[in-house]
Design a protein around this ligand. Structure first.
Ligand SMILES: *[C@@H]1O[C@H](CO)[C@@H](O)[C@H](O)[C@H]1NC(C)=O
Ligand SMILES: *[C@@H]1O[C@H](CO)[C@@H](O)[C@H](O)[C@H]1NC(C)=O
Ligand SMILES: *[C@@H]1O[C@H](CO)[C@@H](O)[C@H](O)[C@H]1NC(C)=O
Ligand SMILES: *[C@@H]1O[C@H](CO)[C@@H](O)[C@H](O)[C@H]1NC(C)=O
Ligand SMILES: *[C@@H]1O[C@H](CO)[C@@H](O)[C@H](O)[C@H]1NC(C)=O
Ligand SMILES: *[C@@H]1O[C@H](CO)[C@@H](O)[C@H](O)[C@H]1NC(C)=O
Ligand SMILES: *[C@@H]1O[C@H](CO)[C@@H](O)[C@H](O)[C@H]1NC(C)=O
Ligand SMILES: *[C@@H]1O[C@H](CO)[C@@H](O)[C@H](O)[C@H]1NC(C)=O
Ligand SMILES: *[C@@H]1O[C@H](CO)[C@@H](O)[C@H](O)[C@H]1NC(C)=O
Ligand SMILES: *[C@@H]1O[C@H](CO)[C@@H](O)[C@H](O)[C@H]1NC(C)=O
Length: 858
């Protein structure tokens, strides 16, 4: 079988010899490894290895000075190395570890750090340099800072674990004179080290000639250069611990924390009969790595138009060697699975076919690439995606393992990481804002460049449905036909626990005959048309018992209509909620597609914000409308077994009933959310321009967070009372999301608030409101709040505003019609009173939902 591996003729006998040779190599390598327990003269066993004290006699290790021996009896108990980490060597002056009697060749050097308090040292503030045989490994190294940085990253990507220790790994060439590891504290500071490993590696671990992304093969001279192992992942599988990789004691992490959209691909595994594609590869990675993989396929997606993407924090201005491990576990032939590999957004390999490259199925194979990360970047993206040009039957990618190595430059591997003294929060929020900025920037470029094309295209796709550049043309008012609303309201209100229970899967609403519909609409009398949308016309009708209803009749020529019609029936029939517009029934006689809705007397939220003569809503009414809509969306996202994504959240789809209760409407684009084991639904981008989640736009991966983004735009629209896209405005103002975020970032949203609200809102509540909207517009879906969180915060905003109102008037009851006038009349009196308000609101015991998280109310 090995013959096939390389597609070459290999004599069985020779093969046997090579195998034995490799085996002997490993065996020998084992005996020449050093496992050092620092800060003690005693040895111990940990993680299946014997660790020799750095002061133990009879080793080939010498220390330039004994420095300070530290030990602790209490440790977190987190790792296999716990007993090892209980001692450390601290130093306040230079300290050299010199290893003699080791052969020339390459070595893995691992340095273990586990900070624990010792003597008068504040262990969080260590700062030191390390060099090995003159190669700088780290500079001004702060162990605590790096651990925290990593923990913040892991938690921000959904993990809940945190680490108390750190291992740095290097691969270094060692010449005849042995290996000297030099530790030197920054002047006035100190350093420490808990343990060290020195393990010889076979020279075939890296080849010298490697493909450079966007160029020819380059000679790396790895024999004369140092390497830092930055990341090592077992893609699609569980962590592989050091003791399971016995040759080199490497740890292979789970990859999900590094994926842009975890589970963008699904995991597969098969452990039968995997062998190395090349006999020299046995030390490259353990076979366990190849038994699991991640593939792109997603059952719900016909068009697989997305990438599997991993993102890594790296140091700018270095070259990186990216090693990808592959093993075809499924297909029996070449050309069944071909894909493209991108590194830092550039094509690294095209038409990549693992089966052909590896020489068959179940062959463990790896491919290296080199790329430079310029001084402007601190991330490395690795993406696998479909090959548009490929002729293969399946556009699917596969990846089993991934390693990222940093290559030394001019004898240097060190990069000085500047950790903020207050920990991570400032760093994190800076990058958060940066992301939003980039997102908004991208959005605006796309917008300005292609607004006309897009609008045209969009209109074509959606048959002009609710075009946002035209004011109010798409208003339709769903009405309510008969008694089922009582049931449904009771149902939704009835109990919190029925949040899940009220989803009736069988209720389809009443099926009306066409003659009933004709009777209700006076035979589709044009004077009864209350709205025109892409779908068709909406009529105000009346059922035989005199109840008003909104009757939406599809344009018979509408091609797209049928699927949206069916979606809407399916969605609405499953959903009953006080803040979702109810469907009463439908009619599908004679190829008609007609939907009958509950009547919403006050029309769209948008018509009450701008572009009409309707009296403006007060701040309180606006807040209540937002809360209503948020409740509806929260129910959509969480109420069904698989949440429902609305996909078209905008102010024309938020309708107000006669009491100004807001309800979400128009489910024509809704999608059932991802199944439990997926985090998103991939789909062609649909939605309304100006509200579109840029992440969804980029990746075509739909999550509930896309609705959260759109809702954030709604929040800004409610404050500013202007169209989300207004091409007649100066360039920087065209896109509301971008413009409002600009002011919000400067904490001066009040500058662009609807003039008619001036003086009649609690500044505190506006501030908070702006913060919520800002969070909703985070560029990355995973950093946006859930609708539940948004709802909670909005309720708090309303409380703030109501408390502020109460503190200036004895009259608590603002009827909706007088609210605004009352607000205005009292505006001046309130202006000065802001300071005293704060005391009042706190004494009323309003609890800030944010007091425990990262927003601040200061
Ligand atoms: C080294 O080991 C000896 C016993 O072999 C012990 O008496 C001594 O205290 C140890 N020294 C240090 C510095 O730990
Ligand atoms: C450590 O080794 C380097 C290189 O051999 C030498 O220059 C330096 O003085 C040594 N430091 C100490 C503290 O011995
Ligand atoms: C120390 O190095 C010598 C060769 O210089 C070697 O023979 C010996 O085995 C080494 N000792 C240990 C404990 O590794
Ligand atoms: C060091 O940092 C940890 C975690 O951030 C903290 O719990 C601890 O109190 C800090 N120790 C000192 C001495 O500042
Ligand atoms: C972390 O989350 C996993 C599942 O999400 C859970 O099983 C585990 O107990 C959590 N660990 C901690 C420390 O909360
Ligand atoms: C695993 O691979 C073997 C050999 O290729 C195949 O026969 C078997 O069906 C696979 N098992 C699964 C669960 O896919
Ligand atoms: C694995 O390989 C052995 C020996 O070559 C063979 O007998 C066995 O059928 C193979 N198993 C699978 C699942 O292919
Ligand atoms: C394996 O490595 C040896 C030594 O570096 C080399 O001579 C040999 O050609 C390699 N074999 C293959 C199949 O690459
Ligand atoms: C690659 O694209 C991502 C987003 O699409 C961006 O954040 C990153 O900076 C890009 N990297 C490079 C090197 O251009
Ligand atoms: C995959 O990523 C590359 C590089 O960032 C990008 O150019 C390409 O458009 C992406 N493909 C898809 C389908 O998103």
């Amino acid at each position: 079988m090995e013959k096939k591996v390389q597609g070459r003729e290999v004599l069985g006998g020779l093969l046997f010899l090579v195998v034995v040779f490799v085996f002997v190599e490993i065996g020998e390598a084992q005996s020449k490894s050093f496992f050092i327990n620092c800060g003690t003269n005693s040895s111990l066993n940990a993680d299946g290895r014997k660790w020799v004290g750095d002061l133990a006699p009879n080793t080939n290790l010498t220390l330039s000075s004994p420095a300070i021996q530290a030990s602790t009896s209490t440790l977190s108990g987190e790792s296999a190395f716990d007993s090892l980490y209980k001692t450390a060597r601290f130093f306040t002056d230079g300290l050299n570890y010199t290893f003699q009697g080791i052969d020339q060749g390459s070595y893995v050097v691992r340095l273990h750090f586990c900070p624990f308090p010792w003597d008068q040292f504040n262990v969080n503030e260590s700062k030191f340099d390390i060099a090995a045989n003159g190669l700088k490994l780290v500079s001004e190294f702060n162990v605590h800072g790096e651990i925290e940085f990593r923990n913040v990253f892991l938690q921000s990507s959904g993990g809940n674990s945190s680490s108390f220790s750190l291992i740095k790994e290097y691969i270094l060439p060692v010449k005849l004179n042995g290996l000297i590891i030099e530790f030197a504290p920054v002047k006035g500071s100190f350093g420490f080290i808990n343990a060290m490993e020195i393990i010889p590696v076979v020279d075939t671990l890296f080849e010298d000639s490697v493909a450079k992304v966007g160029g020819n093969a380059v000679t790396l001279n790895l024999g004369g250069r140092g390497i830092e192992s930055m990341y090592r992942l077992n893609v699609g599988g569980d962590e592989i611990s050091a003791s399971e990789d016995s040759g080199l004691w490497r740890t292979w992490e789970v990859d999900t924390s590094y994926m842009i959209t975890a589970n963008a691909g699904s995991e597969i595994h098969n452990s039968s009969n995997i062998t190395y594609a090349s006999v020299n590869d046995s030390t490259v990675a353990p076979l366990l790595v190849y038994e699991t993989a991640r593939i792109m396929s997603n059952n719900e997606v016909l068009e697989k138009r997305f990438n599997m993407s991993w993102k890594f924090e790296v140091h700018p201005d270095f070259d990186y060697l990216v090693r990808l491990h592959f093993c075809e576990l499924v297909y029996e032939r070449a050309k069944e699975r071909t894909f493209r590999i991108y590194i830092n957004n550039r094509t690294a390999a095209d038409n990549f076919d693992v089966f052909s490259e590896a020489g068959g199925k179940n062959k463990a194979y790896h491919q290296d690439f080199v790329d430079t990360v310029s001084s402007k970047f601190d991330t490395l993206w690795i993406q696998l995606g479909p090959d548009a040009s490929a002729s293969s039957a399946v556009t699917d990618a596969i990846l089993s393992g991934l390693e990222v190595f940093k290559l030394s430059r001019n004898g240097n591997l060190a990069y000085v990481e500047r950790y903020k003294p207050a920990g991570n929060s400032s760093k994190k929020s800076k990058s958060f804002i940066l992301w939003v900025g980039i997102g908004a920037g991208v959005a605006s470029v796309v917008l300005v460049a292609s607004i006309v094309a897009f609008v045209l295209c969009f209109c074509k796709n959606r048959r002009n449905k609710s075009s946002d550049t035209k004011a109010n043309t798409s208003v339709w008012r769903p009405l309510f036909l008969h008694g089922s609303i009582q049931n449904s309201t009771a149902n939704a209100k009835g109990s919190r626990q029925s949040l899940y229970g009220s989803v009736a899967s069988t209720r389809v609403g009443k099926r009306f005959t066409l003659s009933e519909i004709r009777a209700a609409t006076n035979n589709f009398d044009e004077t009864l048309v209350i709205g025109v949308g892409g779908f068709g016309k909406v009529y105000k009708g009346e059922t035989d018992d005199g109840t008003p209803a909104a009757i939406k009749r599809a344009n018979p020529q509408s091609e797209q209509g049928l699927s949206e019609f069916e979606t809407e029936i399916e969605m609405l029939s499953k959903l009953r909620h006080r803040h979702l517009v109810s469907m009463i029934g439908f009619c599908d006689e004679q190829n008609e597609m007609i939907l009958v809705y509950e009547y919403m007397a006050n029309g769209t939220l948008r018509s009450h914000l701008f572009g009409s003569d309707l009296p403006p809503l007060s701040w309180k009414q606006r807040l209540e409308a937002c809360i209503g809509a948020a409740r509806g969306l929260h129910y959509l996202h969480t109420g069904a077994e698989r949440g429902i994504i609305h996909r078209d959240v905008k102010t024309t789809n938020i309708l107000l009933d006669e009491n100004f209760v807001a309800k979400m409407a128009d489910f024509g684009l809704s999608k059932t959310g991802p199944a439990l084991d997926h985090t998103h639904v991939s789909t062609a981008v649909k939605g309304s321009f100006g509200y579109l989640d840029p992440e969804y736009f980029r990746r075509q991966q739909l999550t509930e967070k896309s609705d959260v983004y759109s809702f954030g735009v709604v929040l800004f629209e409610v404050v500013c009372a202007r169209a989300v896209i207004n091409p007649t405005l100066p360039k920087d103002q065209i896109n509301l999301a971008e413009w409002a975020m600009k002011w919000q970032r400067q904490r001066s949203l009040e500058t662009i608030i609807d003039q008619r609200l001036h003086g009649s809102y609690s500044p505190e509540s506006l501030k908070k409101f702006g913060e919520i909207a800002e969070k909703c517009l985070a560029d990355e879906g995973k950093t946006r709040p859930t609708m539940g969180e948004v709802l909670w915060h909005l309720e708090y905003v309303l409380q703030l505003h109501e408390a502020w109102m109460r503190s200036y008037t004895s009259d608590n009851s603002f009827s909706s019609s007088q609210a605004l006038q009352t607000d205005e009349r009292e505006a001046e009196e309130r202006q000065e009173g802001e300071t005293s308000y704060k005391e009042k609101s706190t004494s009323r015991g309003i609890s800030d939902p944010d007091s425990t998280d990262e927003f601040e109310l200061s």
